[in-house]
Design a protein around this ligand. Structure first.
Ligand SMILES: C[S@@+](CC[C@H](N)C(=O)[O-])C[C@H]1O[C@@H](n2cnc3c(N)ncnc32)[C@H](O)[C@@H]1O
Length: 225
């Protein structure tokens, strides 16, 4: 992981034309989760070039087709939030054939008005999956978990990306505020102390071996404990 991160390995891939900043193993794990959970709504923080949004949109379309639904008419959708949706990314997503499955919201994922707007999409929705992949500091991810994890339905997942920062050599992200001791994994571990209704799905970690989200696949096992 340390060697691959130095070479910006995760910046080489795309999903149906949009760059996706993920490791292929995590993309496959995401697909397996979506196909088993069958969410009606996916909430994603961190859009960047839109690849992960297009991934979600395409998987939701597949779920519709497999259930005999017309993807254009089914209410399934992905809601993405990013503090900075760059004009070229907004344009490319605007022209994407799967745009009809996506809602884009611009603003900080932890700003109260944005949390309210994003959460409103989950009103009355049976099955919700959440993916957190925006600012990777401890404080920000903790605030995102507090804002969005409760929207996750029982049996579904909150996926917290870039927990791997904790396992890499200190200083691996010299130009970023996160590092060992201050990252998504430290946030997950602190948050889980108060949220026994979620558990880390270690089977996913054991299977993937190579992943940016070790301890980040959080399964909701109960409404509240
Ligand atoms: C790692 S990229 C997301 C990658 C994307 N999920 C993918 O798989 O292609 C992180 C994104 O988070 C956004 N971001 C940073 N701080 C944020 C915040 N406070 N709220 C929402 N988005 C934020 C950045 O603008 C950036 O586009």
């Amino acid at each position: 992981m340390a060697e691959s991160i130095k070479d910006r390995y995760s910046y080489q891939f795309s999903w149906f034309t949009r760059p996706i900043i993920q490791y292929p193993q995590d993309i496959v794990a995401f697909q397996e989760l979506v196909s088993s959970v069958k969410p009606d709504l996916i909430i994603e923080t961190g859009i960047a070039h839109g690849g992960s949004l297009v991934l979600s949109a395409s998987l939701l379309c597949l779920l519709d087709v497999m259930e005999g639904l017309d993807p254009r008419k089914s209410p399934r959708k992905v809601v993405g939030v990013d503090i900075d949706i760059r004009p070229q990314n907004r344009k490319a997503l605007g022209e994407h054939p799967l745009r009809f499955k996506m809602e884009l919201i611009e603003g900080s994922s932890i700003a109260p008005d944005i949390v309210k707007e994003v959460s409103s999409h989950a009103d009355g929705v049976e099955s919700v999956l959440v993916s957190l992949d925006s600012n990777h500091t401890h404080e920000h991810v903790l605030a995102e978990l507090n804002a969005y994890a409760n929207l996750v339905s029982v049996g579904s997942y909150c996926i917290v990306f870039d927990t791997v920062v904790e396992d890499l050599p200190a200083g691996s992200f010299a130009d970023r505020p996160w590092d060992v001791g201050n990252n998504p994994k430290t946030a997950v571990h602190e948050w889980l102390k108060h949220h026994p209704e979620f558990e880390i799905d270690k089977e996913i970690d054991k299977k993937l071996l190579i992943s940016v989200a070790p301890d980040g696949y959080l399964r909701r096992k109960a409404i509240v404990v």
